[in-house]
Design a protein around this ligand. Sequence first.
Ligand SMILES: *[C@@H]1O[C@H](CO)[C@@H](O)[C@H](O)[C@H]1NC(C)=O
Ligand SMILES: *[C@@H]1O[C@H](CO)[C@@H](O)[C@H](O)[C@H]1NC(C)=O
Ligand SMILES: *[C@@H]1O[C@H](CO)[C@@H](O)[C@H](O)[C@H]1NC(C)=O
Ligand SMILES: *[C@@H]1O[C@H](CO)[C@@H](O)[C@H](O)[C@H]1NC(C)=O
Ligand SMILES: *[C@@H]1O[C@H](CO)[C@@H](O)[C@H](O)[C@H]1NC(C)=O
Ligand SMILES: *[C@@H]1O[C@H](CO)[C@@H](O)[C@H](O)[C@H]1NC(C)=O
Ligand SMILES: *[C@@H]1O[C@H](CO)[C@@H](O)[C@H](O)[C@H]1NC(C)=O
Length: 236
Amino acid sequence: MALSEKNPMVVAHILIWMVLVLLISSSITVSDATETDIACLKSIKASLVDPNNYLNTTWDFSNNTEGFICRFMGVECWHPDENRVLNIRLSDLGLKGKFPLGIKNCTSLTGLDLSHNKLFGSIPANISKIIPFVTSLDLSFNNFSGEIPHDLANCTYLNDLELDNNRLTGNIPLEFGLLSRIKVFTVTNNLLSGPIPTFLHANIPADSFANNTDLCGKPLKPCPAVRRKSLADESL
Ligand SMILES: *[C@@H]1O[C@H](CO)[C@@H](O)[C@H](O)[C@H]1NC(C)=O
Ligand SMILES: *[C@@H]1O[C@H](CO)[C@@H](O)[C@H](O)[C@H]1NC(C)=O
Ligand SMILES: *[C@@H]1O[C@H](CO)[C@@H](O)[C@H](O)[C@H]1NC(C)=O
Ligand SMILES: *[C@@H]1O[C@H](CO)[C@@H](O)[C@H](O)[C@H]1NC(C)=O
Ligand SMILES: *[C@@H]1O[C@H](CO)[C@@H](O)[C@H](O)[C@H]1NC(C)=O
Ligand SMILES: *[C@@H]1O[C@H](CO)[C@@H](O)[C@H](O)[C@H]1NC(C)=O
Ligand SMILES: *[C@@H]1O[C@H](CO)[C@@H](O)[C@H](O)[C@H]1NC(C)=O
């Protein structure tokens, strides 16, 4: 009180400062990222069958203090007190179902590990629209089938792509050879055939391609040149 009588300008300044701080902090916490990341995890939980009740018992959406999802099993946030998901790791939980499309709502996701589960169906053809910033994608040891989508090559931040031990068919998209950050790539134990891409920025070992139907080219046996010739012969 003595302060306000003597120096009303100081009080006015303090009040303005407090209002500014309140405005700024509320605009940070009530961000869109928060709501969409919660929707993302809710939709993953809803779309997967979880026979061992891992998600059912540990992903509890009732206490929604900022940062609550960051304490969920397998969820890592950019900051522990902010609902913005950095990585999702749900390996070896017996999960069943298709690739969870709702993951698109985790808009800041950089790492996804769904390995060693019982996921099936195809890898979405628009995967780069779903996880555009992914640096590490591990779908190994599941039951994914169909072809590897060419669009996966549009996930240009990929360092680590593990698709081994599924039932993938068709060719490996040759565009993968252009991925500039790729370091780890495995498709071992699938049903793939055709030429192996030429990786311009990495040295991928032969083991990464082992146990497929009919892959050829470096680092495996050369692709038969005869094939092209016989095709040419047929067209004569
Ligand atoms: C989830 O867990 C609760 C107990 O925590 C149980 O009552 C409920 O049946 C479970 N739901 C499903 C879908 O398994
Ligand atoms: C919600 O979670 C926070 C942080 O874990 C905790 O401090 C708080 O007590 C919880 N509130 C309720 C109602 O459970
Ligand atoms: C993303 O979340 C919004 C709600 O925030 C929801 O309406 C939308 O269906 C979700 N998208 C997907 C792909 O789940
Ligand atoms: C991706 O494709 C599926 C259909 O396969 C569609 O339901 C989904 O909305 C698409 N997602 C985006 C982000 O385009
Ligand atoms: C994979 O899918 C096939 C048929 O689509 C099924 O016969 C097989 O049991 C599945 N394997 C696993 C481990 O779920
Ligand atoms: C990558 O995205 C572009 C633009 O969306 C598209 O035209 C192109 O076909 C995609 N590449 C692959 C390999 O799908
Ligand atoms: C290839 O398959 C054989 C027989 O199933 C197995 O012993 C071997 O470990 C597999 N190789 C790799 C690299 O997984």
